[in-house]
Design a protein around this ligand. Structure first.
Ligand code: GDP
Ligand code: MG
Length: 193
């Protein structure tokens, strides 16, 4: 519990004088090709679709108003930046919240998502970290391999939230990030009691 508090309080990063202003670190996890970078670009407001290449990892800063309260998020799209175990370990340690992405058109990415959930639980055992399971590419109706029911059942088993998105259509992406902020706030409030 003590280590959670020091991880998430970000007193060094926060430059505002407001006591409750804070930067939340959100980390994207998931297999290659599921749409992590696409979701991150929608979040970051990067309109340029020609940017659709696999370059090194990126981070995106954004403030958003959620339930009339400002929240600052740094979104890390660095999971695939290199193949080092060091980076993977670092990713598992650094987040205040996680977005585990699979593609609804790719069953094996769905299975990988479960693995990542287990790894995350192992890495952060005593902590109750907010996690959202995301089934992306919901627009690709004809090539769907994972149903909505399978996705939400998995989320129940793994005790995390669930949403389907389409980065291409920008569908549910805003909801996803608002959901993350609400979850972080909820866990925080329950810890402070
Ligand atoms: P990453 O490897 O997880 O970062 O995945 P990318 O964001 O690079 O996306 C992989 C491919 O899937 C790219 O060609 C994207 O244009 C495509 N893609 C990503 N999200 C969606 C989506 O919601 N719908 C569709 N149809 N394609 C998507
Ligand atoms: Mg990527």
């Amino acid at each position: 519990r003590g280590s959670y508090a020091s991880d998430s309080s970000d007193s060094v990063i926060s430059t505002s004088s407001e006591a409750d202003s804070q930067v939340y670190k959100v980390v994207l996890l998931g297999e290659h090709g599921v749409g992590k970078s696409s979701l991150a670009r929608v979040f970051g407001g990067v309109e340029d679709a020609s940017h659709d290449c696999d370059e090194a990892g990126n981070t995106y800063d954004r403030s958003m108003l959620v339930d009339e309260e400002e929240a600052s998020i740094v979104l890390y799209d660095i999971w695939e930046q290199d193949n080092s175990q060091w980076l993977k370990d670092q990713c598992m340690r650094m987040g205040d919240a996680y977005i585990i992405v699979y593609s609804v058109t790719d069953k094996s990415s769905f299975e990988k998502a479960s693995e990542l959930r287990i790894q995350l639980r192992r890495a952060r055992q005593s902590e109750n970290i907010p996690i959202i399971l995301v089934g992306n590419k919901s627009d690709l109706v004809r090539s769907r391999e994972v149903s909505v029911d399978e996705g939400s059942a998995c989320a129940v088993v793994f005790d995390c939230k669930f949403i389907e998105t389409s980065a291409s259509l920008h569908h549910n992406v805003q909801d996803l990030f608002e959901g993350i902020v609400r979850q972080i706030r909820l866990r925080k409030d329950s810890k402070e009691e």
